[in-house]
Design a protein around this ligand. Structure first.
Ligand code: GLN
Length: 290
């Protein structure tokens, strides 16, 4: 079957919803994934043909895209901070704003803290934060928690795939038993979390590819207590961070001030809000003082 004809089928099916160039991008990513096809080949050989089995895989992927399945779930993989991560619908697709949070942690003034660093990532999902930090801080001891067993399975595969050592713990951060059972008696130098923060009232603004395909457990909080996870984690951080230890969060862009208040109430100092590349209040950092 001629590849050009399949490309045309992609355009017929998707051009109404996506930019033409994005459709081409999807098409070539899928071709590369299934038969290691390079875009330039089609320019050089416009009559390039693929086998029926290859065509079936590509057209199946098109069906998933038509149902607004994110391309990362279709290809079961994505890139984050220069590393490759496996993803499925039990973990959020790692976001570029979360890469910015990781970059902030890496650039932070960590010299004050004795090495090797002990790091805890709460609500790790695919493991993208914990694994990127473990990859960067090669002497660090990295722990990561998630409530979802399915997420822990994905995260463990990702740690293996990226050849880093992270200790994964399945636990609910809202439950008091977590603190007792999870062997958290060692103090951490850094605690980081990107917990669920999208309010039900914000659902209307979300695109169907997120809403219908990504895990709601990782996204949503009830309108009446949107900082539920942040409160629990800040308390935990107050208890389990070393003096001068750092607390980092990814946050809901509309709740920046509330987050500053929360950290200050818990006596964190040098509390700093940061915007993401879209100029939205997206992350916060605080330093623990005894
Ligand atoms: N930034 C994600 C989104 O907008 C939400 C991540 C989260 O809830 N922690 O879809």
């Amino acid at each position: 079957m001629k590849l050009k004809a399949i490309q045309q089928t992609f355009h017929e099916a998707l051009d109404a919803e996506y930019d033409k160039r994005e459709v081409d991008h999807f098409f070539f990513m899928i071709c590369e994934y299934y038969f290691n096809f390079k875009r330039i080949t089609l320019a050089l050989e416009p009559d390039y043909s693929i086998s029926e089995t290859e065509a079936i895989s590509v057209l199946d992927a098109l069906e998933s895209l038509k149902q607004h399945k994110p391309i990362q779930y279709v290809l079961k993989t994505t890139e984050f901070f220069g590393l490759e991560f496996q993803v499925n619908n039990s973990v959020l697709i790692p976001r570029p704003e979360t890469e910015e949070l990781v970059a902030w942690i890496i650039e932070s003034d960590l010299d004050k803290i004795k090495k090797p660093l002990r790091i805890l990532d709460i609500g790790t999902g695919s493991g993208c934060i914990a694994i990127s930090l473990a990859n960067k801080f090669t002497n660090a001891e990295v722990f990561a928690v998630d409530v979802s067993e399915d997420a822990i399975i994905v995260a463990k595969q990702n740690a293996e795939g990226n050849k880093v050592n992270v200790s994964f713990i399945q636990a609910d951060i809202l439950s008091v038993d977590t603190y007792k059972n999870a062997n958290f008696n060692l103090p951490f130098d850094i605690i980081v979390s990107n917990p669920p923060y999208v309010r039900e009232l914000e659902k209307l603004q979300m695109k169907s590819n997120v809403l219908n395909h990504e895990p709601h457990l990782a996204l949503f909080v009830e309108d009446h207590d949107p900082l539920k996870f942040y409160k629990a984690i800040t308390k935990l951080a107050k208890k389990h961070l070393v003096n001068d230890g750092l607390l980092f969060f990814e946050i809901n862009e509309f709740l920046g001030n509330e987050m500053v208040d929360l950290l200050q109430e818990h006596t964190f100092t040098h509390v700093e809000l940061r915007q993401d590349m879209f100029k939205r209040n997206r992350m916060i950092k605080g330093i623990k003082k005894l």
